[in-house]
Design a protein around this ligand. Structure first.
Ligand SMILES: [Mg+2]
Length: 221
């Protein structure tokens, strides 16, 4: 491998796609009951921003937003708050693949680019489940920078990758972008980056890929 810098997607690349839907979302839903009764000022302040006519049935309203996958900014902030506490209290641990943990540790020059917010990315890499059953691992010291759609733009837009190159001060040919999404790889390769298609258990099936090198095990990288 000639690329010296790694730019990594998260879901479907370094951890299972199911983590968000099967762990993070249910964790939040399970906390809504105590959330609406919370006396925490930050929570009260957020809840007060929901519509006036929903204030008498907040629990049902919030669960409905989650169920219908509504991108509500207040809901997003509440979720971020609940997940942060969950990570900090050890109730949530991020299931980063063992070979991805090793890749991140040995690479030295790793950046992350995910649609999830930079804040959420840092929480995730700061609270990684130890595959050997020990206490949580903190991979943040091995990661040089984080990018999301707010810092850099959509992941399917080649301009986003040019912005990231500028931010990290590297040439496109120095950087290897790994993702499970071929549209993201299309955009990255249009910007001149090297690319690898991550194929992991639970990912959506890829359709007739003949453009990208496939990797199912990062220990060979
Ligand atoms: Mg992905």
């Amino acid at each position: 491998m000639t690329s010296r810098v790694l730019l990594l997607d998260i879901e479907g690349t370094v951890c299972p796609i199911s983590f968000v839907k099967e762990v993070l979302f249910p964790f939040f839903s399970g906390k809504v009951d105590s959330l609406v009764q919370s006396n925490e000022p930050v929570v009260r302040e957020l809840l007060a921003q929901f519509p006036q006519d929903k204030q008498h049935c907040l629990q049902e309203y919030i669960l409905e937003l989650v169920d219908r996958d509504i991108k509500d900014p207040v809901l997003k902030q509440l979720q971020g708050h609940v997940w942060e506490q969950g990570y900090e209290q050890g109730e949530i641990k991020a299931p980063v693949y063992r070979d991805a943990i090793e890749l991140i540790r040995r690479s030295g020059d790793v950046y992350i680019y995910s649609s999830g917010s930079v804040k959420a990315q840092k929480l995730l890499f700061g609270h990684v489940e130890d595959p050997n059953g020990g206490s949580c691992l903190d991979l943040q010291p091995f990661i040089r920078g984080y990018f999301d759609i707010n810092t850099s733009g959509k992941k399917t837009d080649s301009e986003s990758y040019r912005r990231i190159l500028k931010d990290i001060g590297r040439e496109a040919s120095d950087v290897l972008f790994m993702s499970d999404n071929e549209l993201e790889l299309d955009a990255a390769s249009e910007a001149g980056l090297n690319t690898i298609l991550a194929v992991r258990p639970g990912n959506a099936p890829i359709s007739g890929n003949d453009r990208y090198e496939i990797l199912t095990d990062y220990s060979t990288l």
